[in-house]
Design a binder for this molecule. Structure first.
Ligand SMILES: *[C@@H]1O[C@H](CO)[C@@H](O)[C@H](O)[C@H]1NC(C)=O
Ligand SMILES: *[C@@H]1O[C@H](CO)[C@@H](O)[C@H](O)[C@H]1NC(C)=O
Ligand SMILES: *[C@@H]1O[C@H](CO)[C@@H](O)[C@H](O)[C@H]1NC(C)=O
Ligand SMILES: *[C@@H]1O[C@H](CO)[C@@H](O)[C@H](O)[C@H]1NC(C)=O
Ligand SMILES: *[C@@H]1O[C@H](CO)[C@@H](O)[C@H](O)[C@H]1NC(C)=O
Ligand SMILES: *[C@@H]1O[C@H](CO)[C@@H](O)[C@H](O)[C@H]1NC(C)=O
Ligand SMILES: *[C@@H]1O[C@H](CO)[C@@H](O)[C@H](O)[C@H]1NC(C)=O
Length: 660
């Protein structure tokens, strides 16, 4: 038994010690820049075998192996290199060695799903390529090799599995294909402006990328490094004026067999160490008590701690931690715009060397628990200049992090990825028109249709109907009857049958043009929360107005509102009114009522009454955002009929708001 274990261990050590041999240098083609190659190595027809017609149409799957190299032959270090490969055969990448997908997607990865653009591969673990001059031409430090395995679709043999182009994802370089061996794709990338100084200052022995900005920046600071472990501080910082996360969830991928021994300021979703116990980690760290290890997943998922753990001696006591995962924009509260946690990480061979820099994990992913939170896509972490921490004892000195990486996560707006439907909707009304114009049918999704309850009761395609104002306070199911009655009473014509479905939005915003006089005008904004689940703390909303009226914005009466430029008015609850309550049952009303908040906004007509045509449309916002999420807008604005009648319906809405 012992002998067998020892053998396994020896085998393991032998495997771990076997460093990958550097690929031989490709044939010299006279490239004095960054030389790229892509060489297919093998391919094989795999099942299912398709019929000849489908094969002729290029639908026969083949497995393939290929290797790509990035060789820095230039005079500048290439930090955080990324290779763009324009795959041309519907390739599905199944495994990657020496690189990760730049935007952290999972494998297997469909290279055509991302909208037909080139696939970006980032170096990992070799993220930076030094210059031949700085390394005496040491190939292990100037060249990176990526091994690709995947599936592609092609016709019958002979099959050519080359991509259509390769290039470098660095805007400082321009790449041109060069002819090398017949079945190899090569390109030479040269600096576009070699005379301009590099954006990357060559620090002593190190090259750092400039610190980055983006909607949300993840900073990975190694605070202490030891032979087998290191201590990392992970900081999430929100830079977006309208970004918000509630109950954030962060995950990443360990690429070097690491595992988390302990954590402060956050906790993993799963405490499961079986992966280590029976894996190479358990073999290597024989004396470690794995029952005390926190998490051994290759892709850990962590959450912020609740505020009650802030001062917990073993779990808390990390600055910016323990706020239940709420991250607000800096305009709301600078102190709540970041979250942080610390963790102790165990490394695995061959990285057990204090002089060797630890490797940051790859493929960060961040998301919020609320449907109102934006979706983010994160780039790969890049080495940046080390963070300076003030001396804890109060001396006027700073301590540098051992190493610092930053990954940028940007909100994904109408990206190639399918965007999720809006979560909030805007309705328009005005003092000169009795009806409310709701946002479109199914603006935030259609009611779920199940075999048990098919959606035959409403139409998912009919345009939205005008509403009586009091119907704004009712759940969708209750509106149909009121709407039919309204169409009858107001002689608005025959509504379609079945009537259109509701908007299914969790939050709605009513914009009501309340007054229009020679010197100024006003609008009343009402927020409705239809979510049953939770009250919304620290809500914020932004309305974007036309330039003509924006300059005349005076003030909001019950909201804390500021004009923040570009036509945007940022609004939040005043102190004591930060809470937008959930939908609830109220005695005396036979349907659940939404949580509400309301304020009047006043505007002057600076350049004379003729300049602003409130009724003609200037009085309505062009865009509305709630908690950073863009809301669906109505398809039209209220029009002024012949002869203005006093708006009875709007009075009803006011009364409702007063009473409930
Ligand atoms: C890959 O994505 C494309 C485009 O979305 C799709 O047409 C194709 O079926 C996908 N391939 C596989 C194998 O899923
Ligand atoms: C923290 O979040 C949980 C789940 O979302 C919620 O139940 C709890 O009330 C929140 N606590 C605070 C203090 O906000
Ligand atoms: C640690 O790294 C140094 C320099 O890279 C190397 O000389 C040494 O052999 C390494 N030690 C181990 C145990 O791998
Ligand atoms: C994120 O957005 C910033 C500008 O807002 C841009 O400079 C950066 O390249 C973007 N990063 C990614 C990973 O998309
Ligand atoms: C209004 O918001 C600003 C910051 O956005 C804050 O400093 C101020 O205290 C708020 N005022 C009230 C009355 O809530
Ligand atoms: C409101 O009342 C209905 C039925 O009377 C019940 O099904 C529902 O759960 C209640 N909702 C809340 C939020 O209390
Ligand atoms: C109110 O506005 C809507 C949309 O512009 C219009 O269809 C309707 O006729 C207007 N009602 C009156 C009474 O003017």
């Amino acid at each position: 038994m012992h002998a067998r274990l020892a053998l396994v261990f020896l085998l393991f050590v032998a495997l771990a010690a076997a460093q990958p041999l550097p690929a031989p240098a490709p044939a010299d083609v006279g490239c004095n820049g960054v030389f790229l190659t892509y060489a297919p190595e093998a391919h094989q027809r795999i099942r299912p075998f398709v019929d000849p017609a489908a094969a002729a149409a290029g639908r026969q799957p083949y497995s393939f192996r290929a290797s790509a190299t990035v060789l820095n032959n230039g005079v500048r270090t290439l930090p955080s290199w990324a290779l763009l490969v324009a795959f041309a055969h519907g390739e599905i990448l199944v495994s990657l060695d020496g690189a990760v997908l730049t935007f952290g997607d999972d494998l297997p990865y469909n290279t055509t799903a991302a909208g037909g653009g080139a696939t970006s591969l980032s170096g990992n673990p070799q993220t930076d390529l030094l210059t031949p001059i700085a390394t005496a031409g040491d190939l292990t430090r100037i060249q990176a090799t990526v091994k690709l395995v995947g599936t592609l679709f092609a016709g019958p043999e002979p099959v050519v599995t080359l991509p259509s182009a390769i290039s470098l994802a660095d805007p400082a370089y321009s790449c041109l294909p060069v002819a090398t061996a017949p079945s190899v794709l090569s390109a030479c990338c040269v600096l576009i402006a070699p005379d301009q100084p590099s954006a990357v200052p060559p620090a002593a022995g190190n090259t750092y990328l400039p610190r980055v900005t983006g909607d949300l920046v993840i900073t990975y600071d190694v605070l202490q490094a030891h032979e087998t472990t290191y201590l990392a501080l992970v900081t999430l910082e929100n830079n977006a004026a309208m970004g918000r996360l509630d109950g954030w969830e962060l995950s990443w991928e360990w690429r070097r067999g690491e595992f988390v021994n302990s954590m402060r300021g956050a906790y993993p979703r799963e405490v499961d160490t079986r992966g280590c116990l029976y894996g190479p980690q358990g073999q290597y760290y024989k004396d470690l008590d794995f029952s005390k290890v926190l998490n051994c997943e290759r892709r850990p998922v962590v959450h912020d701690l609740p505020p009650s753990r802030r001062d917990d001696k073993s779990l808390g006591q990390i600055e910016h931690c323990c706020r239940n995962g709420t991250i607000l924009p800096k305009t709301m509260d600078e102190a709540q715009s970041r979250s942080a946690f610390q963790m102790e990480v165990y490394k695995m061979p061959p990285d057990l060397n204090r002089t060797a820099r630890p490797h940051a994990p790859a493929n960060f992913r961040i998301s919020g628990a609320s449907p109102l939170n934006q979706a983010y896509a994160c780039g790969q972490p890049a080495l940046v200049s080390p963070t300076e921490f003030p001396d804890p004892s109060g001396l006027v000195s700073t301590t540098l992090a051992v190493s610092t990486w930053q990954a940028v996560c940007n909100m994904t707006v109408d990206d190639s990825k399918p965007s999720k439907p809006p979560q909030c909707c805007v309705s328009f009304s005005a003092f000169y028109n009795e009806s409310v114009i709701p946002c479109s049918t199914c603006a935030c999704g259609c009611p779920a249709s199940t075999p048990a309850a098919p959606t035959t009761t409403c139409s998912t395609t009919a345009p939205a109907l005008l509403l009586p104002p009091h119907a704004l306070l009712m759940p969708f199911e209750w509106r149909a009857k009121e709407t039919l009655k309204w169409y009858h009473d107001e002689e608005l014509g025959a509504p379609p049958n079945p009537t259109p479905c509701g908007d299914s939005c969790g939050v709605s915003v009513n914009w009501h043009v309340a007054t229009d006089a020679a010197g100024g005008w006003s609008a009343r904004v009402t927020l409705f929360n239809w979510e049953e689940g939770a009250d919304m703390r620290d809500w914020f909303a932004t309305v974007v107005m036309d330039d003509k009226v924006y300059g005349g914005f005076e003030q909001a009466y019950s909201f804390n509102a500021t004009a923040v430029g570009d036509g945007a008015i940022f609004m939040r609850g005043r102190e004591g009114f930060e809470l937008l309550l959930r939908e609830s049952n109220v005695s005396g009303v036979d349907y659940p009522v939404p949580g509400k908040q309301q304020s009047v906004l006043s505007f002057t007509k600076k350049n004379g009454p003729g300049d602003v045509d409130v009724v003609g449309g200037d009085g309505f916002p062009t865009k509305v955002f709630f908690n950073g999420e863009e809301c669906a807008m109505p398809q039209m604005i209220p029009s002024q009929g012949v002869g203005i009648r006093a708006s009875r319906g709007v009075l009803v809405l006011l009364l409702f708001l007063l009473f409930f």
